[in-house]
Ligand binder design. Structure first.
Ligand code: GLU
Length: 499
């Protein structure tokens, strides 16, 4: 066993997230990372990523990489972890089995833990009986105080034992929580700490690792409140100084149900990038879920804040205790705000992967295409909430004139006077200087003033000709970006299809 004095002496806080790689990473992992990291950064501490992979039945091999990718994408970077190493390596629990063993032996030695050989059938029967008799459920300690030979004489014996905690009747069920004050939790059962496969359970591993890694604050979801008294006992028995505990409120859907990966796509952390969110908007949103908006001028609420500002202001006293509602509309709005504030080259770079994936742009777009994309970006930037909305808006600018498809609803909306409107536009645009303001003046003069057609009806057919859609980026700017030749070709093409 390593001497507890060997644990890193924390001069600054050390926090961690400790996800289990059991499938697509859950959004809750990022939510925890945001709060852990904010506190660590505020106090110049460290943030550790530990992989809790002791549940071999639920282990999923791709999950760990997805954790790195999604947390990395969000910019919630860790100072130590399996991929980057650090002074407390290894950071993967499956590689730390030798670390846990001596602690288990010490607990058995001191009488705080014991072997249990009960088969799963026996445990199931025991539980059934307890439920029928309305007795408190929990292990009945059949194995306690027995040698293997003694126990083998009795029914429901399993050759490979587990190790259980021996929880005294007067075990404390209260603990201090940084967010919640004094918290009470149910009295623990004789929890298994070492499984028959030689792997520790979460409860033992989390305590040993948080101690050995010098973790000062355990910040995790409120679903772990009921486990904390077990952990407090283990800290005491092993002679470790317990960390501070902070249990964050659980994220909920609008109907108050728990966010589940099975029912809610946004429970999967990989979803946000695919759905067209910006990582900085997602981090802001996750912070806002359990933290009040910042204060702006005159004390007004400011919901858009950078992670740096959030972390500078961070204070546990401000964290919500009630389960926050995961309001996607708020996230969409926030994402739109972030998109509006992007520089054009940044916006183009973020749009590019979506446009490539949707076949609008090729693998290596040329400088001209990128400049065009920036120009289009300027037009669509105020109108977007999600990056995925760009494909429909951008595509018409990159298709050959002959390949532009006119959407059915756009064609159906054309009025009888569409041919005259287009003819007038063609004449008006023939030798105008090719700039949005000049284009607009010429078209207004010819169609609105000259023909007496209201602007809304005047420009509809032109928009349809140029973009193939009823809705497009601003018309005159679109024409400027598209260029004279393409604009006129598209107007002529729709005109000739109208007979
Ligand atoms: N491995 C646990 C989880 O997957 C970590 C809980 C904790 O932070 O203590 O959530």
């Amino acid at each position: 066993m390593s001497d507890s004095s060997a644990a890193p002496e924390p001069t600054a806080p050390r926090l961690r997230v400790a996800p289990s790689p059991t499938g697509d990473p859950h959004v809750g992992t990022a939510y925890m990372a945001v709060f852990n990291l904010a506190f660590a950064r505020k106090h110049g501490g460290q943030f550790v990523l530990r992989i809790e992979d002791t549940d071999r039945a639920r282990f999923n091999a791709t999950s760990e990489q997805q954790l790195y990718d999604t947390l990395g994408w969000l910019g919630l970077t860790w100072d130590e972890g399996p991929d980057v190493g650090g002074p407390c390596a290894p950071y993967r629990q499956s590689e730390r089995l030798d670390t846990y063993r001596p602690y288990v032996e010490a607990l058995i030695e001191s009488g705080h833990a014991y072997y249990c050989w009960c088969s799963s059938e026996r445990l199931a029967q025991m539980r059934e009986k307890q439920q029928k008799l309305k007795l408190p459920t929990g292990y009945d300690r059949l194995c306690h105080g027995k040698t293997k030979e003694e126990r083998a004489q009795l029914e429901g014996f399993n050759e490979d034992p587990v190790v259980r905690m021996y929880v005294p009747d007067d075990a404390p069920t209260h603990f201090e929580d940084v967010i919640r004050g004094t918290v009470s939790a149910p009295r623990p059962d004789d929890q298994v700490i070492l499984k028959a496969d030689g792997f520790p359970t979460y409860h033992l591993a989390v305590v040993v690792d948080d101690h050995e890694m010098g973790i000062t604050h355990v910040v995790r979801g409120e679903e772990w409140i009921s486990s904390t008294p077990k952990h407090v006992l283990l800290y005491e028995w092993l002679g470790f100084e317990p960390p501070k505990f902070a249990h964050m409120p659980l994220l909920r859907n609008e109907n108050k149900s728990k966010i589940s990966k099975r029912k809610n796509p946004w429970a999967r952390l990989t979803w946000f990038e695919e759905a067209g969110y910006l990582p900085e908007a997602v981090v802001n949103f996750l912070g806002l879920l359990a933290y009040p908006p910042a204060k702006g001028e005159g004390g007004a609420d400011v919901e858009k804040f950078s992670f740096e500002a959030f972390s500078e202001d961070f204070d546990w006293a401000k964290v919500n205790k009630v389960g926050p509602i995961f309001d996607l509309k708020k996230l969409d709005w926030l994402n739109g705000q972030y998109i509006r504030d992007l520089e054009l080259d940044d916006l183009a770079a973020r749009l590019l992967p979506f446009l490539q994936q949707d076949g609008v742009l090729g693998e290596e777009p040329g400088r001209e295409d990128l400049a065009k994309l920036e120009a289009i970006g300027e037009q669509i930037r105020p109108r977007m909430q999600l990056l995925t909305e760009a494909t429909d808006l951008v595509k018409p600018f990159f298709v050959a004139d002959a390949d532009l498809e006119i959407a059915d609803d756009a064609r159906a909306a054309l009025k009888d006077n569409a041919p005259e409107v287009i003819d007038a536009a063609l004449t008006a645009l023939a030798d105008v200087t090719w700039e949005a303001a000049e284009i607009e003046a010429a078209l207004r003069g010819a169609i609105v003033d000259g023909m007496g057609i209201k602007p809304r009806l005047a420009f509809g057919p032109l928009r349809t000709a140029v973009s193939g859609r009823k809705v497009s980026p601003p018309l005159f700017e679109s024409m400027e970006i598209l260029g004279r030749e393409s604009t006129l070709a598209r107007l002529r093409s729709l005109r000739s299809s109208l007979g």
